[in-house]
Each structure stands twice: as structure tokens, then as C-alpha cells.
Design a protein around this ligand. Structure first.
Ligand SMILES: Cc1cc2nc3c(=O)[nH]c(=O)nc-3n(C[C@H](O)[C@H](O)[C@H](O)COP(=O)(O)O)c2cc1C
Length: 157
């Protein structure tokens, strides 16, 4: 079974989770970064994992357009979804807005896996927003390893 992990990552956290999933699933798993790849041929893959992160309440546009553009084909595959974010009380709403309803219902597993604030990767405005909204000004690591493991286990079933 061939798996593609298709993701977008602004500061590297979604990519880190993608790499962890890839290392657990083994050699038949490829990573596809939506920032670097315009057209993706989904035909060779049985399983598609889609990951992205939330900034100012929204999933990356690249992830949203990928899902919209490929919805019909994705509904014929085994699909897993994950989202990185730091505002746990909003996860449900953020996740609902991030992925189309049909895809959410079709997915074999969906996880909000937390995230990180990495100040060295943020620009001036991002630092300002995070300080103001979250009240922190140093790095915070809150990847929920249990949820990442659950996602991996669901994919291995
Ligand atoms: C400017 C900024 C805005 C953010 N806004 C939100 C938000 O609205 N909701 C949320 O859950 N997380 C928010 N986050 C947290 C990110 O989702 C988190 O940093 C995530 O790990 C980023 O993953 P990435 O590096 O793969 O893009 C924000 C982070 C930054 C830097």
C-alpha cells in the first residue's frame, strides 16, 4: 500500500509531524509539500494523509484548495486528516472550517495534534500577534504526541 502525506507548513511543525508519520509508516510513504509542488498525481496512492496548520483561525489556503480541487478523487481513497494549532478551545471549529464536510466524514481518522510557537521563525507581525493573543514571548512546544500516535495507529490498521 502506497501512502502520500500531503501538507503545508508555515514554520515547520506540520512538516515535523509529517516526518514522524512517514518514519512510522515506512518506505512506501512519500512526503509532498504543497509549497513546493503544484500538480500532484494521486493515482499511485491508496492512502492520502493531509496535514496543515491554523493561522489567524484559518487553515493554509494551499491545503484548502488542494482538498477542494481533488475532492472527488480523494473520496475514492483512504484518507486521514490532521491539523496543527495552539488554540485548543477552537480546534473543533477550526477543523470544521479547514476541511470540506464530505472529506471529514469520509476520513478514516482525524486528529488535531497541537503545535508549537517558534519565535525565531516568525516575522515581526506574527510575533506581535502571538504575544498579543497568547501572552507568550518564548517558544512553546505543545505537540500532542498521544494524538499523533493514535493517528499513526489508525493508519496502520
Ligand atoms: C501568527 C500566528 C497565528 C496563529 N493563529 C492560530 C489560531 O488562530 N488558532 C490556532 O489554533 N493556532 C494558531 N497558531 C498556532 C499555529 O497553528 C502553530 O504555531 C502551528 O504549530 C504552526 O504549524 P506550522 O509551523 O506547520 O505552520 C498561530 C500561530 C502563529 C505564528
Amino acid at each position: 500500500m502506497k501512502t502520500a502525506i500531503i501538507f503545508a507548513s508555515s514554520h515547520g511543525t506540520t512538516e515535523k509531524v509529517a516526518l514522524q508519520i512517514q518514519s512510522e509508516l515506512g518506505s512506501n510513504t512519500v512526503l509532498i509539500n504543497l509549497k513546493q509542488t503544484k500538480t500532484i498525481d494521486l493515482a499511485p496512492f491508496d492512502t492520502i494523509v493531509i496535514g496543515g496548520s491554523i493561522h489567524a483561525g484559518q487553515m493554509q489556503g494551499r491545503v484548502k484548495s488542494f482538498c477542494k480541487k481533488n475532492l472527488v478523487e480523494l473520496l475514492k481513497k483512504r484518507v486521514a486528516l490532521y491539523m496543527c494549532g495552539m488554540n485548543e478551545p477552537d480546534f473543533e471549529t477550526e477543523f470544521s472550517n479547514a476541511f470540506p464536510e464530505l472529506l471529514r466524514k469520509h476520513a478514516i481518522t482525524s486528529k488535531c495534534v497541537g503545535g508549537e510557537f517558534l519565535f525565531e521563525k516568525m516575522n515581526f507581525i506574527e510575533k506581535f500577534i502571538v504575544r498579543k493573543v497568547s501572552g507568550v514571548d518564548t517558544n512553546v512546544a505543545k505537540i500532542n504526541e498521544d494524538r499523533v500516535k493514535e493517528l499513526i495507529n489508525d493508519l496502520k490498521k
